[in-house]
Ligand binder design. Structure first.
Ligand code: M6R
Length: 357
């Protein structure tokens, strides 16, 4: 039930710190170490490539998950949109493992791929929020998100839960292979949960930002580099889905290859700056769009912030920033939809789970 919340989406955004703590607890053994069923870990570490298959927000989580698995567990990963993969299958390696990411576990596009790769004899793992869901029943293995029911059509807590579970999967796989992990993931996820709380308490500032940048516009751009680019894609999806503002996420460096032509006086450009290695280049991209009249909103991370920034997220481990930086974007979309009198929880033309291909 929504309780005192006006919308499920706001409630679900607020539940993220709790979900994070629940995941840390559930994936821990008695010795206080992260743990995952050894059959699953063997399936991951024996594979020569992981293929992540998903749609929408879960696809965006997959993009970040690739970063986690490659940099922590050192296994190559490809991420594919389910509806494309099913008709346009790439050349597969000899020992692939297929990971299906799906909040509902019912997405027909993902199921079509699952059925196909099972027929081909490959191993499959579903990461889902719904035990007993179709994708969970049909895959060889399941990892659960423990996020509690997600009712709003726009996914929020499932995304951050997917990221946490993917990070844990990468961490446990690395350790099983004797690959050193140079940070303590349990500790870092605890920091994430605290940072999430700080962000959920910053609603007034974010509502103000949403009003300032999005109240009159018809379109908006999200830019970032590396994982910030992937989070920008998710921010854009969230915004278009519930506020009907035309929004797109771009890799900062791609702007000059076409998109910058769309920048006009007052076009909102939301830039993420949470990665030290690209901090200056993304700020360079912001300067380029400002020179063409854009209205910039920079969301940076503490330690990398500058005077020009609109919002600064608390400092967390650099690899894990997507778990945090997405929250202001979820809230910006929420308030934009609210200010436009849109039906936040049930946006037009959309269903919570897409069970037709
Ligand atoms: O249940 P799934 O994670 O498989 O759903 C995939 C997409 O339909 C879903 O993420 C959709 O994009 C959301 N409405 C985004 O907020």
């Amino acid at each position: 039930e929504k309780g005192t919340y006006p919308h499920y989406m706001l409630k679900e955004i607020d539940e993220q710190p709790l979900v994070m703590r629940k995941i840390i607890q559930t994936y821990q053994n008695e010795q206080g170490e992260l743990t995952i069923d050894s059959e699953i870990i063997n399936a991951v570490s024996e594979s020569d490539r992981v293929y992540i298959i998903a749609a929408g927000t879960s696809y965006h989580a997959g993009l970040v998950g690739k970063q986690f698995i490659e940099s922590i567990a050192k296994i190559p990963v490809e991420v594919h949109i389910a509806s494309e993969f099913v008709y346009n299958m790439p050349l597969l390696t000899k020992k692939p493992l297929f990971i299906f990411i799906s909040q509902s576990g019912e997405t027909a596009d993902s199921r079509a791929v699952l059925v196909k790769v099972k027929e081909m004899g490959y191993r499959t793992l579903t990461i889902t929020n719904v035990p007993g869901s179709t994708l969970s029943r049909e895959a060889d293995y399941t990892l659960l998100l423990h996020a509690g029911p997600e009712i709003a059509v726009a996914s929020s807590k499932a995304y951050t839960a997917q990221l946490a579970v993917l990070a844990i999967l990468a961490d446990v796989t690395a350790k099983s292979q004797g690959i050193p992990v140079e940070f303590d993931l349990i500790h870092e996820l605890g920091i994430i949960a605290n940072a999430m709380e700080v962000l959920c308490d910053s609603k007034e500032i974010i509502e103000h930002i949403s009003r300032e940048f999005l109240s009159v516009t018809r379109n908006a751009f999200f830019i970032g580099r590396g994982v910030d680019y992937y989070v920008g894609l998710e921010g854009a999806l969230k915004l278009k889905e519930i506020s009907y503002i035309q929004a797109e996420g771009f890799a900062g460096g791609e702007l000059k290859h076409g998109t910058i032509a769309l920048i006009e006086e007052g076009t909102p450009v939301i830039a993420l700056a949470t990665q030290e290695s690209v901090n200056l280049s993304i700020r360079g991209n912001v300067k380029e769009v400002v020179a063409r009249g854009a209205n910039p909103c920079i969301i940076s991370m503490n330690g990398l912030n500058m005077d020009e920034d609109s919002f600064v997220i608390p400092e967390v481990h650099e690899l894990l920033t997507p778990l945090i930086s997405v929250i202001p974007l979820q809230l910006i979309a929420y308030y934009a939809a609210l200010h436009r009198d849109c039906d936040v929880d049930k946006p037009r033309n959309l269903a919570k789970s897409v069970t037709v291909e």
